[in-house]
Write a protein that binds this ligand. Structure first.
Ligand SMILES: Cc1ncc(COP(=O)(O)O)c(C=O)c1O
Length: 401
């Protein structure tokens, strides 16, 4: 047996070794079973061990796993057809990559090249990836200090993160004024954001913010990049969250829910005029096995009506939690969209107690990047009964101090 703690860096185990997963459940080496309300970093939207996807993969294993990356495969052709139909007509071009960070990387390159500008603007505390360029966007100075200089990027305070439950229309307007002041210099290639600051703790902004943001971007020739790596594929109750805000991004980044963990696959979606003449190469991107798998995953979203399930169960859960623990003195705010909800507590100690109690009661959960925030992000295939059980357990853990 190897000494894994020495070999793997950084080593994280959360005290558990997962040996099997099925549906919404994780099983550890001691035979314990947990409902996974993390969806393994909001990836496992269709659940684990989906028989149809696995069977498709098994057939594909015997047909074609990998082929010359310069040649198009019929599997890539099939997937691109299915994928592009999920987007508005004007977003008609797919750039093929393997991970979320890469999809952001490609978006930044596209924006730099198209606008001939080098700077980016985004929100502090946002997470867009781990590569040098994707980590330059968002995050905070502490996280970035060991890697300077990164690419040129400025961050603004996110009004919901700064003001919390007290965020007003005036806070949002002030942020828009700040954005306009920056973009009017015409130095910025793109404004990069998620519609909901997910990793920070599911901080939401009003629809009017996005409408005005896009107007400002257009006014100064800055592209709007919406990162749907986590929010995409039904997580927020719409196929893509930008649809809810009726905003028209110039570039969209997608990853996690495209392969749902069955295959590493991602993409950057844009307009033909932005992609025209842009050349790049990524060895593993969209290999035949990854494509056939993602194609079967997309079929499952449709067959199981998962986007609708996310919207229905998510909005019911939000209301239930607000009704049952919203007034608890330990609870600061409950927020979210679709099956991506968070409960923010007033103290780190209380949050830790809830998280530990959840585990004892068979629920595997995660926290946000900002302190004292529980993330509820179960597979979108969770049933109404299972979601009801999750809510009951959370309510009990919060109400029993
Ligand atoms: C919003 C967002 N963008 C980008 C990424 C980076 O994706 P990956 O870890 O696949 O590189 C993540 C990962 O958590 C993410 O949540």
């Amino acid at each position: 047996m190897s000494n894994i703690e020495n070999e793997l860096y950084p080593f994280h185990s959360w005290g558990m070794k997962i040996v099997r997963a099925e549906g919404i459940y994780l099983f550890d080496e001691n035979g314990r079973k947990f409902i996974d309300i993390t969806s393994s970093a909001s990836v496992a939207n269709i659940g684990y061990a989906n028989e149809r996807v696995i069977s498709t993969m098994q057939t594909q294993l015997n047909k074609l796993i990998f082929s010359p990356p310069w040649c198009i495969s019929e599997e890539a052709e099939e997937l691109s057809g299915k994928l592009i139909r999920l987007f508005p007509k004007y977003l008609n071009t797919i750039l093929r990559v393997t991970t979320g960070s890469e999809s952001v990387e490609v978006a930044l390159k596209l924006a730099k090249r198209y606008t001939k500008r080098s700077k980016f603007l985004s929100f502090e505390h946002s997470y867009h990836g781990h590569t040098i360029a994707s980590m330059a966007i968002g995050m905070n100075d502490g996280t970035k200090k060991d890697f300077l200089p990164l690419i040129e990027s400025d961050t603004l305070k996110h009004p919901h993160i700064s003001s919390g439950i007290h965020m007003t229309e005036s806070d949002v307007s002030k942020t828009l004024v700040e954005i306009e002041t920056r973009l009017s210099t015409k130095e910025y290639a793109a404004f990069v954001t998620e519609t909901m600051a997910t990793s920070a703790g599911n901080y939401v902004l009003p629809k009017s913010f996005f409408t005005q943001l896009k107007e400002i971007c257009d006014r100064y020739g800055t592209l709007l990049i919406i990162d749907e790596v986590l929010t995409g594929f039904g997580r927020t109750g719409m196929m893509f969250s930008f649809e809810r805000f009726e905003v028209q991004p110039d570039i969209v980044c997608i990853a996690k829910g495209l392969g749902c963990g069955y295959s590493p696959i991602a993409a950057t979606i844009t307009k033909k005029e932005i992609a025209e003449g842009f050349d790049y190469f990524a060895t593993f991107a969209w290999n035949p096995l990854a494509c056939k798998t993602a194609s079967a995953v997309l079929d499952e979203y449709k067959r199981l009506d998962l986007v609708k399930n996310s919207e229905k169960l998510g909005s019911e859960a939000l209301l239930e939690l607000q009704r049952k623990i919203g007034a608890n003195h330990n609870v600061k705010e409950i927020r979210g969209m679709g099956l991506r909800i968070s409960v923010e507590f007033n103290s780190e100690d209380f949050f830790k107690k809830v998280k530990d109690d959840l585990l004892v009661n068979g629920i595997f959960s995660s926290s946000a990047d900002l302190p004292s925030i529980l993330i509820i992000s179960p597979p979108l295939c969770i049933s109404s009964e299972e979601m009801g059980h999750v809510i009951d357990v959370i309510v009990n853990c919060v109400n029993h101090e």
